[in-house]
Design a protein around this ligand. Sequence first.
Ligand code: PGA
Length: 226
Amino acid sequence: MPSLFVANWKENGTISQAQDWIKTFAKKRSVLNQGKNVVVCSPFTALSTISEVIKKERLPIAIGAQNVSHFEEGRYTGEVSARMLAEFASYTIIGHSERRNNFGETDQIVAEKVKLAEKYNITPIVCISELEQVKNMQNFVSNFTDIIAYEPLFAIGSGNPDTPENANMVAEKIKEIFPQVMVLYGGSVDGTNVASFIKQDHISGVLLGNRSLDGNFFLEIVRNAH
Ligand code: PGA
């Protein structure tokens, strides 16, 4: 199975930065043909541009959002629905710890977002920082078969990743709860440690924040991961 590399730009990335990022891959597209799949999760404002450039350059890069509304449509000022996202994105991050902690997203809200994303054929990448959150998902989602990213709080943006062995153990436990999910690891992944996560039996890819912002940097991490 190919490994998945998810770039999470968070609240970063203007249109021109997004264009440059994609063009980096256009110049070195061979990196994408080695059993490695890339998903770029940009802010909503760059999705349309990214989609155009990817089509123009015929790049095998998938597009993701970083969030989706838990309401289907209507009077919810400022929200972006799954149906709107489906015009650009095939993935969306849901329940990142920065959303759970700063915007009060509960396990129930996360589950509502998952259901709407699936309804509009967008693959959810649900972030969890503790196994408890996966257990709680069971109360709302009977059989989750998409992607879960294990991202321990201490590891996010700290330069202090979890050990690959512990991440693998957590991934195994996640699969005991939802046997068909693909598990990613996220939190201070960089060029020096990416391979050690990718090679774990239960880990199918990585999610990068900081190290995904510079296209060249991210591309080198993808290239060197094996
Ligand atoms: P980081 O962030 O790679 O900067 O640690 C990962 C994330 O928050 O998804």
